[in-house]
Design a protein around this ligand. Structure first.
Ligand SMILES: Cc1cc2nc3c(=O)[nH]c(=O)nc-3n(C[C@H](O)[C@H](O)[C@H](O)COP(=O)(O)OP(=O)(O)OC[C@H]3O[C@@H](n4cnc5c(N)ncnc54)[C@H](O)[C@@H]3O)c2cc1C
Length: 442
């Protein structure tokens, strides 16, 4: 007998699970099928004994956001990350971000570059404020203009060293290079680099770390859904059938009144051949920036010089960013866990090398920043993300609307339909759940 549900959700990343949770809360009979043998997708965590680490998602968006609400509902413990625990390594020096102006002034850049950095930042800030002030059609028009432009266009007057600073930041935040990313997304995701706000940072913008690792959130949501989540079950096809939607799996066909495809765009286009042609064409254009993550487990003697730092951005090394994950795990004075991140071309270069070489490169880079870490490596973990983040290419706003406004019975969810982060993923899943509920009522 064919198994039948109200709704089948394909993919147990944050988008699919947030969607299923909302549908289940609304009384729908929902089943989530996940290809991998774990839930969480790009939220992936691990442990070295008592210390946890994140290989994918590092933190979730701030207080008052859908991610925080979902974490609370799932009973997951969160801790805030304040911007004063951020530093930049450039020109052989580590500069901490204790105060905005001081931060820019102390960067190891020649005077002309510093002036260019301040001017660029002021120019971007002016553009952001203008966007925030506009309303109605003027706001939509400005967004459309910025959507058509490349972020690189906004940096055209900056000196090369300054463009490099923004390139690094944009790659880390969106996975895209300034030449290939829309100016609108670039403006949103590079906001305020020169103005760290310390503990007075508006609470809604404070970022949150998940105790135990960011995968604890999807794992907790999946636990609440219980048997309604089935791992190790890849969907091979999603097609309309005589009595609803038919979802092909290796174990047989599932039938549903509606289906939410919450997998990355390149998987969605492969398994859902009957989506309207403009939607399939738009899906095929979604591009993801690559990432490589290396976790370094270090032996320490006492508190390290990194104790009060969470994040170090780096210029001129093989990795662009380092997160000290021991920041959230006080009491671990004889060991530390760092994540090293590379994106864009740096990630492409590393991707082809062995895990050992990737970890060795990360350990060497870290020792340039913190010489005390040299020779202290006890363990390592490496993850390649060929499809890390779906950056917005110029002129793609309309496609995202297309993904969001589907009439059903096949719906799409996932970060590529919204912002390329956890907020976007969760919001997209909840939006799809609302659309499914409305369609099932009709
Ligand atoms: C290295 C890295 C660091 C990041 N850091 C942050 C951060 O600090 N903060 C932040 O907000 N965001 C961050 N992100 C982005 C964030 O991880 C993603 O935006 C979010 O996890 C995407 O969720 P999703 O559910 O849309 O997709 P995914 O997490 O990719 O989930 C899709 C799921 O679908 C499954 N699937 C695919 N095909 C099939 C199939 N045929 N059948 C069944 N299942 C299938 C996959 O196995 C996967 O589990 C980071 C991403 C990366 C790669």
């Amino acid at each position: 007998m064919t198994e039948r549900h109200d709704v089948v959700v394909i993919g147990a990343g944050n988008a699919g699970l947030a969607c299923a949770r909302r549908l289940a809360a609304g009384g729908h009979d929902v089943l989530v099928i996940e290809a991998a043998d774990r839930v969480g997708g790009r939220s992936m965590s691990g442990r070295f004994g008592r210390l946890w680490y994140n290989l994918g998602t590092q933190y979730i968006g701030g207080i008052g956001t859908p991610a925080e609400a979902l974490a609370k509902e799932a009973g997951v413990e969160l801790s805030p990350i304040y911007e004063n625990c951020i530093a930049l390594y450039a020109g052989g020096r580590l500069v901490t971000a204790e105060s905005g102006v001081g931060f820019l002034a102390r960067l190891p850049l020649p005077l002309l570059d510093k002036v260019s950095l301040v001017r660029t930042e002021l120019g971007l800030e002016k553009e952001r404020r203008l966007g925030a002030k506009l309303t109605g059609s003027a706001r939509a028009d400005r967004r459309a203009t910025l959507d058509d432009m490349r972020f690189a266009d906004l940096l055209k007057d900056a000196r090369p060293a300054v463009r490099d600073v923004y390139r690094n930041l944009l790659l880390m935040m969106t996975g895209g290079e300034p030449e290939r990313t829309s100016a609108f997304l670039g403006l949103l995701f590079t906001a305020g680099i020169g103005t760290p706000h310390g503990e007075n940072h508006p609470p809604s913008e404070t970022l949150l770390a998940v105790s135990g690792g960011t995968a604890a959130l999807p794992i907790a949501v999946a636990a609440q859904l219980g048997a309604r989540v089935r791992t190790g079950t890849p969907a091979t096809s999603v097609r309309p059938g005589p009595s609803g939607i038919e979802i092909g799996t290796l174990a047989g066909v599932l039938q549903a009144r509606a289906c939410v495809v919450a997998v990355p765009a390149h998987d969605a286009v492969r398994i859902a051949p009957d989506l309207p042609e403009p939607v399939r064409a738009a899906l095929a254009t979604v591009e993801y920036g690559p990432f490589v993550s290396a976790i370094l487990h270090l032996r320490c003697q006492g508190r390290g010089p990194w104790e009060k730092l969470f994040h170090v951005g780096a210029v001129g090394l093989r990795f662009q960013a380092f997160n000290n994950l021991t920041y959230f795990q006080p009491g671990a004075h004889d060991e530390a866990v760092f994540l090293a991140f590379a994106a864009g071309d740096l990630a492409r270069n590393l991707m082809a090398t062995s895990d050992e070489d990737i970890a060795a490169a990360a350990a060497e880079d870290l020792a340039r920043i913190f010489p005390q870490s040299a020779g202290a490596l006890m363990g390592q973990a490496v993850q390649r993300w060929p499809h890390g983040l779906p950056f917005w290419k110029p002129g793609t706003d309309a496609a995202r609307r297309l993904f969001r406004d589907l009439p059903g019975p096949i719906f799409l969810a996932g970060d590529y339909t919204d912002y390329p982060n956890i907020q976007g993923a969760i919001r997209s899943g909840q939006r799809a759940a609302d659309a499914v509920s409305a369609s099932l009522r009709n």
